[in-house]
Design a protein around this ligand. Sequence first.
Ligand SMILES: NC(=O)C1=CN([C@@H]2O[C@H](COP(=O)(O)OP(=O)(O)OC[C@H]3O[C@@H](n4cnc5c(N)ncnc54)[C@H](OP(=O)(O)O)[C@@H]3O)[C@@H](O)[C@H]2O)C=CC1
Ligand SMILES: O=C1O[C@H](COP(=O)(O)O)[C@@H](O)[C@H](O)[C@H]1O
Length: 508
Amino acid sequence: MSTHNNNTKKPPASVIFIFGGSGDLNKRKLAPALFNLYLDSWMPEKFSIVGLGRTPYSNDHFRDHLLESVQEFSRRKNEPESLWNEFAQYISYLEMDAEDAASYSKISDYVKELEQQWGEHPNVIFYLAVAPQLVPDIASKLGALNICADTRCTRIVIEKPFGHDLKSAHELNQQLTGLFAEDQIYRIDHYLGKETVQNILALRFANALFEPIWNRNYIDHVQITVAETVGVEGRGGYYEQSGALRDMLQNHILQLLCMIGMEAPLSFEANEIRNKKVDVLNAIRKITRDQVHEYAVRGQYADGWMKGEKVKGYRQEDKVDTNSPVETFAAAKFFIDNWRWQDVPFYVRTGKFLHQKTSIITIQFKEAPHFSFPPEAAETWRSNRLTISIQPEMDIRLRFQAKRPGQSMTLNPVDMIFSYHDAYDGQEPEAYETLLLDVMEGNATQFMRSDQVESAWKVVMPIIEAWEARPPVDFPNYAPDSWGPEDAEALIARDGHNWVTLPAPHKD
Ligand SMILES: NC(=O)C1=CN([C@@H]2O[C@H](COP(=O)(O)OP(=O)(O)OC[C@H]3O[C@@H](n4cnc5c(N)ncnc54)[C@H](OP(=O)(O)O)[C@@H]3O)[C@@H](O)[C@H]2O)C=CC1
Ligand SMILES: O=C1O[C@H](COP(=O)(O)O)[C@@H](O)[C@H](O)[C@H]1O
């Protein structure tokens, strides 16, 4: 859990090299996050941000490009331009092909110059915001630079998906640990930096109330939905190598599952939390390739209408094969084979161009053991559930039966709601702000350890292999603005349940 507070000192002098400086992640998330850290006075006294890429940009053009990104994607809009101009002085751009070994001297030269200017050796942070295929090559070229010999100050941040499958993730881990110490490697999963995700640990382990019922004796099943209303948005080149399973399920969704499923940590020390999470991943029941059709569903969006706008099908997107078998939707059912969770299904789903942007976790409790009320008193007995809304709503709802006012005993489910926006000022940091600050401070608690990543790959490998062995015959199989393919409804309906969604927020 992140432990920054408003009185702690700033991180030490840092230079952040962003491979993929010209890319989508920097535009949407990293640049706005760094600017927000600056506005909140969290950036070091001395820092430098260097974007790298092959796209030719002058420093000024690059800064303008990032200003536009910040204006579009930051949680803060309309900050005075003077503040941006102050911040922009710390940004520069290095045009380089990351595959060209000779060009890496530009990096060492830049660091040497800063050292002289600042009179101290800064944290050197390499953020690899590039496609996973490029990571091994860049890492080995960085490993050969002399600046990487200083283990105190050099850190490498690797985006998800970490590797392409279990084998490549294992090889990448071996390669990285040959070049860097484990505490220099930050395998990022930005869901772990979200306030509402961090709060799952507080909810579970700072309260005595939930823990006694957080197990197979009281919980019927768990659902995790991470639904997006966007399509692949020009990222077809990346997405063709990835798909929903690798892009979202192997990492973000399994991490959420770990936070719901893990045992209580003894402390918030990085390795203690990671141990508890990896125990969950290792306990997930292994399915065989032949069982995959019973446990997992894939989908791909067709062309159609999304909130009144005509949208392309996935196969018509830029840089996507016209017969692409890549899934833009994935759902699965998992079991955790341990004392706490035996036989409790965990249903998970994620997809692009779905009906509503919503990330929610539902803990569905079992029915009351005996119902003393007349049968007509309630439509359903199955009313006890806890719903954790991660985004865009940020709340926790506890649902229980209540008596409707009136002369008859009529019951209906009601929600007790804790809303972040009602309780706090609504200025919570974005996930990337928290995680970038962690990297600068050298706190790896919310980052993935090598064994966690590999254990997560082991969970999804049978699904990947089964899907790759049998290309889909029914793609595209869901319309934009729907909840995905019908088979995903069947996956959960077969067990007598429905996917839980919350009403879309009311907009004035
Ligand atoms: N976009 C998002 O919302 C999120 C992305 N991620 C992860 O971030 C990573 C990057 O994704 P994204 O930003 O979307 O991808 P993009 O395709 O938008 O960006 C890829 C970047 O890689 C650079 N690049 C490619 N080849 C080279 C090369 N030979 N030398 C130097 N630079 C190169 C490109 O720069 P140029 O063309 O200028 O060389 C570009 O800046 C992925 O692992 C993804 O999973 C994670 C969370 C969210
Ligand atoms: O990692 C990724 O996450 C985004 C969704 O992130 P969110 O914070 O907006 O929920 C997803 O769109 C992207 O495909 C994926 O790479």
